[in-house]
Ligand binder design. Structure first.
Ligand SMILES: *Cc1c(COP(=O)(O)O)cnc(C)c1O
Ligand code: SF4
Length: 527
């Protein structure tokens, strides 16, 4: 023992209120006197011995916990076990001396441990259900590999084709006939898909198709990628896409003074059934003219307020490497553009696209000015060892990888599914950023929409239960992003505000800063 630790052990810290209360409870006589048997006496004696001998806090806590338990069960007081008040006080002091933060045995046993137990109870159901109700692609990996072998054989793909982005696009599933060979949909449903795909484009990469679990009704991967009859049955009046009223220049959308988007392509590796940009995505692939990009860049160049440019689409990673290198180079060369983002779902729909050349381009640009990759993952099932690895490499070469999920009925609108999504994404080097309420603009996916109060409950339920940096902000898009969070300031009593803890509903009083002091106080170093 070094001399400092020794000095500390010499002190006799005063017992705190919690410990005095604990000792008081233990000293209280029992309603009917007990005479504990041999077994119990041996057990307590050995707990006491360990608590005395070891330079540890846990044996002391164990002894007190057992004594409290026996006392509450009417099986004996410490005196019945030949322990005096002085013995217990000595041990309580010892606990405080050993603990680096001088935590008392009373505080630990009667306050901290019960609080931790209550907290644990909040996640029990989630922990027992998460793998069954919201399996990740990693949980399902063996079955995904079976699907992969089956799909490769059906499509005549070899490993090289599977592992290359062009191979994934060349073999993409875009007809009902091909789909029927790969997933086990009943004939009536295939007919419905055939009907819908006359109006809406379907395209799944073979990789994304391998994430669909055979035999699962309403598999969340299938729901996101295979259009259903509702898209047509719900068709009504489409509210014009944002582009019409928020595009001040070719390819550019702008809501905000400091951030704009460039819709650099209308192509995606996979077409989502809930796509907000349905009107111009997933109809016909278009390769944009150089002049279009030039006009977008001119607009940005001429607007010195713009500091952050979001290159999106469609999917930014559909752009060929040479094009991405050029575009990022042009943006980096604009003095007032200080950061960039790339919007892409490809790390989950076709992770093979994330190759070394792409990573080099991103790192090169990131070294000039920070670049974030903004992705869209809606279920834990989309995180496989392959997509996780793509995100791991992206996160090493860029400033951040962020997730913008869409809240979708039947796909991620339960606690277990949403918590599992956020935790799985987090464990895959991706930070949950936004959770979007599904758009009202397109009647084609009204069946996916979730009421705001349900979304709020989901988001609020995460506070205190999962890591803070895994909790997304809940957003409505309505000509800009509008936060939907519930306020936890529920009242005010003079200068005290009443705050609610989202995880327990408990209300606490919180002294606000005094407005008058705030208005008048002056401070300075040189008084
Ligand atoms: C989403 C979006 C942005 C970025 O918004 P943030 O809140 O900064 O993520 C900017 N412009 C447009 C047009 C957008 O749709
Ligand atoms: S990746 Fe994005 S832009 Fe492409 S189809 Fe899906 S939601 Fe639409």
């Amino acid at each position: 023992m070094n001399s400092k630790a020794h000095d500390r052990l010499q002190e006799n810290p005063p017992l705190d209120g919690f410990t005095i209360e604990l000792l008081g409870e233990l000293a209280r006589p029992l309603a009917s006197p007990a005479s504990p048997g041999e077994d119990l006496r041996t057990e307590v004696a050995s707990l006491y011995l360990r608590a005395r001998q070891e330079q540890l806090t846990a044996p002391i806590v164990r002894l007190f916990a057992r004594l409290l338990e026996l006392h509450r069960a009417g099986q004996g007081t410490p005196a019945d076990f030949a322990l005096s008040a002085a013995d217990l006080e000595g041990l309580a002091q010892r606990h405080q001396q050993i603990d680096e933060h001088m935590v008392s045995v009373g505080g630990r046993l009667t306050r901290a441990l019960p609080i931790a137990t209550t907290a644990n109870a909040r996640v029990e159901e989630y922990l027992s259900d998460k793998e069954r109700l919201a399996p990740s692609g990693t949980d399902l990996w063996e079955r995904i590999l079976d699907n992969k072998r089956r799909i490769m054989a059906a499509l005549g793909m070899d490993e090289a084709a599977w592992n290359s982005f062009p191979g994934q696009i060349r073999h993409a599933v875009d007809s009902v006939e091909t789909l029927a060979r790969l997933v086990d949909l009943p004939p009536a449903q295939l007919e419905s898909v055939a009907r819908v795909t006359k109006s809406y484009r379907m395209r799944l990469t073979p990789y994304y198709t391998s994430l669909i679990m055979p035999g699962v009704i309403n598999d969340p991967i299938m729901l996101q990628s295979v259009p259903t009859g509702e898209m047509i049955d719900n068709a009504g009046i489409e509210i014009p896409p944002v582009a019409a009223d928020h595009s001040p220049a070719r390819l550019v959308d702008q809501f905000y003074p400091r951030v704009v988007t460039i819709k650099a392509t209308n192509m995606c590796a996979m077409y989502c059934t809930h796509c907000l940009r349905l009107a111009h995505i997933g109809r016909k692939d278009q390769v944009y003219a150089r002049e279009a990009y030039a006009e977008a860049l001119d607009y940005i160049r001429a607007n010195p307020r713009i500091r952050d440019v979001l290159v999106t689409g469609g999917d930014a990673f559909v752009l060929p490497n040479a094009m991405l290198r050029w575009l990022l180079g042009e943006l980096d060369a604009i003095d007032h553009v200080r950061l960039k983002r790339l919007g892409t779902r490809i790390p989950v729909t076709a992770p093979m696209r994330v190759d070394d050349e792409l990573l080099d381009i991103l790192e090169e640009s990131n070294d000039r000015k920070p670049i974030r990759v903004v992705t869209q993952i809606n279920t834990a099932q989309e995180i496989t060892p392959v997509s996780r690895d793509a995100f791991r490499r992206l996160s090493k070469r860029t400033f951040a990888v962020l997730n913008q999920a869409v809240l979708l009925k039947g796909i991620n609108d339960s606690r277990v599914k949403m918590w599992k999504l956020c935790e799985t994404v987090h464990e895959a080097y991706v930070r949950p950023y936004y959770l979007f309420n599904c758009s009202y603009r397109n009647p084609q996916f009204v069946h996916f929409r979730v009421p705001l109060e349900v979304g709020r409950d989901l988001v609020e339920s995460m506070y205190g239960n999962i890591s803070g940096d895994a909790i997304p902000r809940y957003i409505a898009t309505a000509g800009g992003k509008i936060p939907l969070h519930r306020s936890n300031v529920v009242g005010r009593n003079g200068n005290e505000v009443i705050l609610r803890k989202p995880w327990s509903g408990e209300e606490v009083s919180y002294p606000d800063a005094d407005a008058e002091v705030y208005g008048n106080a002056r401070y300075s170093f040189n008084k």
